[in-house]
Design a protein around this ligand. Sequence first.
Ligand code: FAD
Ligand code: SF4
Ligand code: SF4
Length: 475
Amino acid sequence: MADELLKFVSIEQQMPSKREAESRLGDFREVYAGFDPKGAKQQASRCSQCGVPFCHIHCPLGNNIPDWLKLTAEGRLEDAYEMAVSTNNMPEICGRICPQDRLCEGNCVIEKDFDAVTIGSVEKYIADTAWDKGWVKPITPVTERDQSVGIIGAGPAGLAAAEQLRIAGYQVHIYDRHDRAGGLLVYGIPGFKLEKDVVGRRTGRLEQSGIHFHLDFEIGHEATLSEIRDKHDALLIATGVYRARSLKTPGVGLEGIREALDYLIAANKRDFGDTVPELENGNLDAAGKNVVVIGGGDTAMDCVRTAVRQGAKSVKCVYRRDRANMPGSAREVTNAEEEGVEFVWLSGPEAFLGDEKIDAVRAYQMRLGAPDGTGRQAPEPVPDSSYSMDCDLAILALGFEPENLPSLFGAPELRVTRWGTVTVDHDSMMTNLEGVFAAGDIVRGASLVVWAIRDGRDAAVSIQKFLEQQKAVAA
Ligand code: FAD
Ligand code: SF4
Ligand code: SF4
């Protein structure tokens, strides 16, 4: 074993430095700094190089974590980067936004007695260094192939598949209804978790690699599924899930009650420097307002933290379960509290109040009752517990479901599940339509970036197999 390793007994866990809340509130820049070379080397050297590395088993991409930690501890960063990108198309992005406490780091064997190796931060350091040093180059396929693949959706699933297929030499065309590539990486996740240029340099590299981006191009509007299918030898549907779950609470139609993604997209566009009419006229701007966000997941955390940065008068997060049972990352809750967000646990909206425009939310207290079908304790209202809170902007962050794709795509023959996710053969990821594959949230339901990348990579393998068979039949 190299001298550089097994230092977890003598070196304590140290995360990269975090900006003070006061300075964070003034902008949308990332909260965490990166490691410096010494810090990265030291933290990587804490790894005990387990024979059975649970970190690797619990990383959805099966990253060779102990190997690139060892290379980092030895100062062999270019080799570490090559190893990191062999399994992950966006290591610097996963290093920033994976919920590591539930995945790799949460399963690090030294976590119990010594605090986990800071795997995500080291991964980010390796890949950021590679960009800084110019080691990240456009793809030059060994052979160019004449078959083409159309990909609908430029989120992490579509981008990962596109990269893998381009490496194999296929002609790749990505269609996206937004004006920028990246999916939720650019228009969902705010800059304080993931700065825009970190995504832009990845998508820019794909463009320089010969991948064709057709932006502002919505399948179902600019073309039907079958029209786009006719243009390519294979197709991948990677459209994500965007239909917001709604509430039936009285008053939900009042002005000033908005969906989370409308709010986040507007804020993210402004972060790009775009002029956004609904921010200009104040409708979607939290400045000076009492903001109430309903929900307890990552989307709710992104909304509350955006609202405090926009200069809201007060920001409350209303969630029906308690802190221990919320789906959002514990790290993000702590960050939000530091930034001045108030969490109202065990509460649910009873009514939205106001004439035309919302001016208050009436909520009731909840308690956790018997476990439901999923084993989680179901929240139930406490009788006679109503109270009100001032509110000028209410943001609903209750999760997302798939849109009705067969209808949107003009393709009633496309098979979907009863939840609206696209049905695929789980080995090949092919839908019921020959040569049409699907990956990411549109198959799994709302999930994580790292799973979307995994699905995109798996779909690329199946697409390549399919195209090779087609070629063999035609020969
Ligand atoms: P998406 O990223 O949704 O991309 C789908 C793309 O398809 C979009 O660009 C869309 O414009 C395009 N599209 C849709 N329909 C059409 C059409 N008809 N024609 C053309 N284009 C179309 N995950 C994490 O791991 N960490 C986090 O911190 C995190 N934070 C999140 C915060 C928010 C606010 C949200 C909403 C999600 C967050 N997630 C997070 C989840 C993560 O973003 C998703 O799981 C992931 O982006 C899914 O990738 P995807 O490629 O399947 O879909
Ligand atoms: Fe951990 Fe995510 Fe990186 Fe895997 S991709 S090692 S889960 S941070
Ligand atoms: Fe290293 Fe922790 Fe992975 Fe073991 S589980 S190989 S100590 S990072």
